[in-house]
Design a protein around this ligand. Structure first.
Ligand SMILES: [Zn+2]
Length: 141
């Protein structure tokens, strides 16, 4: 069993998905989700291409694109639960002004900060937080 939390194996998983998708091989539903997110971040192309090597050391780099993609995946998986439909509505509200991808980024950034707090798992508190994010962002010049 591959360990997704180990950097080397998770990079290899991303690499395998990238190569499969690139060569139009059949992807599983989960792989397809990840491949779509990777394609939305085409600027990381170089990272995908060498993910089966040790060429880039993410302990030294400031930015880890695979972590970023994983965060998108977590958001997407969260939104599959109807319980969190209000987060999806929130993203839609911001999409007109910021575009879909940037709106997702706003939620990844703001919600992650929030999700580490003990109140985060209570839906009313989370709803409240989503509304605050939307209001603030829509009022930004
Ligand atoms: Zn992104």
């Amino acid at each position: 069993m591959e360990n997704i939390l180990d950097e080397k194996s998770s990079k290899q998983i991303f690499y395998n998905i990238w190569i499969k998708g690139k060569h139009f091989k059949k992807l599983t539903k989960e792989e397809e989700k990840i491949y779509n997110i990777m394609q939305e971040h085409y600027e990381y192309y170089v990272h995908y291409e060498v993910a089966n090597t040790d060429e880039l050391d993410y302990n030294k780099e400031d930015f880890n694109p695979f972590l970023h993609i994983s965060l998108h995946l977590i958001l997407e998986k969260t939104l599959e639960n109807k319980k969190y439909a209000f987060i999806e509505d929130g993203i839609k509200k911001l999409t007109e002004k910021f575009g879909k991808h940037n709106s997702e980024h706003i939620f990844i950034e703001k919600l992650l900060q929030y999700l580490v707090s003990p109140n985060a798992l209570q839906i009313p508190m989370l709803k409240n937080k989503v509304n605050i994010i939307i209001k603030k962002k829509l009022n930004e010049k």
